[in-house]
Design a protein around this ligand. Sequence first.
Ligand code: MN
Ligand code: MN
Length: 308
Amino acid sequence: MGGNEMPRFAGPGTLFRLPAQDSADGLDIAIMGVPLDIGTSNRPGARFGPRGIRAESVLVRPYGMATGAAPFDSFQIADIGDVALNTFNLADSIGIIEAHYDRIVTAGAKTLSMGGDHTVTLPILRALARVHGPMGLVHVDAHADINDEMFGERITHGTIFRRAIEEGLIDPKRMTQIGLRATGYSAEDFDWSRQQGVRVVTAEDCWYQSLSPLMTEVRDRIGDQPVYLSFDIDGLDPSVAPGTGTPEPAGLSSSQGLEIIRGVFGCNLIGADLVEVAPQYDPSGNTALLAANLLFEMLCSFPGCKRR
Ligand code: MN
Ligand code: MN
């Protein structure tokens, strides 16, 4: 049923009111939620991200007016539900998530994921790297997420990209981190990334300007190799995205967020995620609504998406 026939506030509870199915069979792009938040270091609540984003996504319509993109005319897409993780055990959940994505990648689908805290990205990357080898990465975040450990734990939402680089899932020479800022545990917190060859673009580097020129450089850096997009909503400013667990002041604008995602179009994007939305800290619903729009833009940036 078309978007102008069923009222926007009614209809299926899936993302964008898409068809639901249990597996990724027959899909070009599988959408799913990963409602895990036991890897967070501060406020919990990202387990409610997928449900909150699906609820607000009813306002997203099928065509991008600026880009002319028509993802639903271009790809077979469905919402395949949530990963049935074990909310009492982080290590067990990491294995469950990885096995889940193994099945999706084996079915031949690309993945669009809703977190959950940022820990979920590590098992996703492990599954995708088995097929694609070391990938490029566009990482939007207030934080570098490259701690060696937190409270002695090697896998948390603040350690995942150190693990991903150590494990060879990501090629640091084709990785860019955008939006990093605020306070650290030491003044050298972002240096480990730089030492691996990652391009680090701080929030201050982004203030007051279009990010389109930056994205031209990012695309050149990635080339035609497979690339993954991981978007932590706290990369954006808390004035537009307060519903998150570790907000930091003076972040990216929502339009800069769109420029980053749109700037990935033209690359060999093989998967993307939007993480760290904790809807209960934003009673307006705007964080989840923005997240839904960012996920729509990600669909529009998969290779082969038709443009008007
Ligand atoms: Mn993060
Ligand atoms: Mn973050």
